[in-house]
Design a protein. Structure first.
Lengths: 115, 107
């Protein structure tokens, strides 16, 4: 079965360090989403792309977070500088066309701990 | 008030019981999704529906668009069904998530 692949699965780093999370969407999917999951807030949309173009990043703290899609097989989410409040599980998901009426396929997530 | 409300927040059941999880929403939607997340695990899409009912194995999802309500039913529950079940609604260009229902099924 085709899967969304996220790396790394776990990341522990110190406050102030740069963190880069990567996502390989399912081949043929044209929409990629980044979500963050915390105990307090649950799942939140950070940003999403369609055909590699950013459509909405309003859920993302702009001063420290950036999301890019350098090519159709790679999406990245960067945090610089990282802060302890960024500790969460970050999920990437991909789908085809308008995501709200198409199923999304989620990766296994990157569990991030900022010390 | 959250735009997507799930109930109950926590649910325990004995193996074999029939389980119902409810989701109510207050926004206009194009589709409603039910997701499953096992402890420490990833998220799996169970259903996406915009009307009526869908069935997959022991899982059944229904939606009433007029009442803005959906239910997820599990028949003959099993310990492996223990997970968090998340309702999400597709509205305009964004998915809005409920806070999830934590289900534990005991043998």
């Amino acid at each position: 079965d085709a899967r969304v692949t996220q790396t790394p699965r776990h990341k522990v780093t110190e406050m102030g360090q740069e963190v880069t999370m990567r996502c390989q969407p399912i081949l043929g999917h044209n929409t990629v989403f980044w979500y963050r999951q915390t105990m307090m807030q649950g799942l939140e949309l950070l940003a999403y792309f369609r055909n590699r173009a950013p459509l909405d990043d309003s859920g993302m703290p702009k001063d420290r977070f950036s999301a890019e899609m350098p090519d159709a097989t790679l999406a990245t989410l960067k945090i610089q500088p990282s802060e302890p409040r960024d500790s969460a599980v970050y999920f990437c998901a991909s789908g085809y066309q308008t995501y709200s009426n198409q199923p999304q396929h989620f990766g296994d997530g990157t569990r991030l701990s900022i010390l | 008030k959250n735009e997507v409300e799930q109930s109950p927040q926590n649910l325990t059941a004995q193996e074999g019981e029939f389980i119902t999880i409810n989701c109510s929403y207050s926004v206009g939607i194009s589709a409603l999704h039910w997701l499953q997340q096992h402890p420490g695990g990833g998220i799996v899409s169970l259903f996406m529906l915009s009307s009526g009912k869908k069935k997959h194995g022991r899982l059944i999802a229904t939606i009433n668009i007029q009442e803005k309500h959906s239910s997820l039913h599990i028949t003959a529950s099993h310990p492996r069904d223990s997970a968090v079940y998340i309702c999400a609604v597709g509205s305009t260009d964004k998915l809005i998530f409920g806070t999830g229902t934590r289900l534990q099924v005991f043998p």
